[in-house]
Design a protein around this ligand. Structure first.
Ligand code: FES
Length: 107
């Protein structure tokens, strides 16, 4: 579902407790979605190392650890924790009427 300004539905807010993440498919893209104490964040769900599922990784604060080989990323802006000049694509999020929405234009 999409409205006129490009926001896409990514599911209900109850899908994640604070401090956890999940994997969703939005417009045929795999998206890692995280609910932190600072709010909702979304990033490309495929790890740039060897394709691990970032939405199934462990979330510590605002850092997710890939479940396959342990690469770590700040979910707020995609910063690699082992190479701060590199960033994994992230997406804007918002919550409307109990639903999480994202925009797939990468930042
Ligand atoms: S696939 Fe994510 S760290 Fe290797």
């Amino acid at each position: 579902m999409s409205d006129d300004d490009g926001w896409l539905d990514a599911g209900e807010v109850e899908q994640c407790a604070v401090g956890s993440g999940t994997e969703v498919v939005v417009a045929d893209r795999i998206v890692a979605l995280f609910r932190t104490a600072d709010g909702w964040f979304a990033m490309n769900g495929t790890c740039p190392h060897h394709g691990g599922p970032l939405g199934k990784g462990r979330l510590d604060g605002c850092v997710v650890t890939c479940p396959w080989h342990g690469w770590r990323f700040d979910v707020r802006d995609g910063t690699y924790q082992h190479a701060s000049q590199a960033k994994h694509p992230t997406f804007a999020t918002r919550v409307v009427s109990g639903r999480v929405q994202i925009r797939l234009d990468e930042s």
